[in-house]
Design a protein around this ligand. Sequence first.
Ligand SMILES: Nc1ncnc2c1ncn2[C@@H]1O[C@H](COP(=O)(O)OP(=O)(O)OP(=O)(O)O)[C@@H](O)[C@H]1O
Ligand code: SF4
Ligand SMILES: [Mg+2]
Length: 384
Amino acid sequence: MEETAQTTMSDNQPARSAPAAAAVAPAVGKPLIEARDVKTYYPIYGGILRRRVGSVYAVDGVSLTINRGQTFGLVGESGCGKTTLGRTILRLEKATAGSVTMDGQDMLAMRGPALKRMRRRMQLIFQDPYGSLNPRMPISDIIGEGLLAQADADNGWRTRTIRDKRVGDYLEAVGLRRDYARRYPHEFSGGQRQRIGIARALALAPDFVVCDEPVSALDVSIQSQILNLLSDLRSEFNLTYLFIAHNLSVVQYFCDRIGVMYLGKLVEVATTDALYEKPLHPYSVALLSAIPVPDPRVRKKRLVLRGDVPSPANPPSGCRFHTRCWLREKLGNPEQCSTIDPPLRDMGGGQMAACHFAEQVTKQAAQEVASTQSVIEAATELPD
Ligand SMILES: Nc1ncnc2c1ncn2[C@@H]1O[C@H](COP(=O)(O)OP(=O)(O)OP(=O)(O)O)[C@@H](O)[C@H]1O
Ligand code: SF4
Ligand SMILES: [Mg+2]
């Protein structure tokens, strides 16, 4: 996505004059968020007595580390548990098991004032910029609401004028005019509304922000503006992001490391370069092959994943991906794929993959399978 390299602003969006960043910038590169074996299960109730009859294993044993100042991308098909994982880390969902620490502090054990202080340091940017803004409130109140909830004697946010000044500062920081604070959400375009959502999150001066598909609902032309804005704000305010997306085309130029998620588990974790250069899990290979090629003259064979993602209430035995795995088929359906759950293995260079046969995941193997599937992108139909 070449356009991510340029920042474009519409005429009514003046140059940003950012509020002062934190006086002492904390060390970049040290772990900020560490999740260990996080599980989030939702109960399923049934029968006349509404007894618990099962669970949705939305997140089922995820461990990851996000270093300060970095962006960790989380990618996977719909329903694989990305939002649930992000919300569990933020303590917006209750973890069934596991631990999450921020700067070494156990977040899942926090209560009362300590939890309130911690909440300010972690914010969420939503996918749907319109649905997440109360249509009856002016922007000053939408952004000011969070400030009021976190007001204390030190920050003075209980005072309206101090709050309003901060709202104006952060509207400018995201490329909007200060006087937009008086307007209502319906008066803005989709891209502007997402800027307001970003201002609302950043006004609380967080360290860690979960961006849950922040550009999926926007036009392609606007997507790159918002990605550039998030990238600039990351440097300006020393932010650390968990960036959720459902395909790999958005995250390539934005993330330092990427975790590929399938049915509640991470199946591969790698630096962005390593993942795009040499993916080591068959699922990652399939997601990468689904990225559209912008040049209609380029012929590209695609690996097609058959069927839908199975239900997380009843995940397949052994490797959860085995019902759709092209490599398993190519290898003659080895038994261990359907009987033994492969752990995430260190494959060297910080790359980890959860596949018994990760060593056999090569471009050549993928191309051979794609050829036999004989599915070629529609682009092939176009004349050279
Ligand atoms: N509150 C809930 N109660 C029961 N099941 C839930 C709840 N929230 C999510 N789920 C289920 O958990 C699974 C994971 O959902 P989640 O929203 O985390 O997936 P996702 O990867 O973010 O998907 P998408 O790309 O569509 O946003 C899904 O099967 C979903 O139906
Ligand atoms: S363990 Fe088997 S089914 Fe799972 S990804 Fe590897 S080859 Fe495919
Ligand atoms: Mg989601």
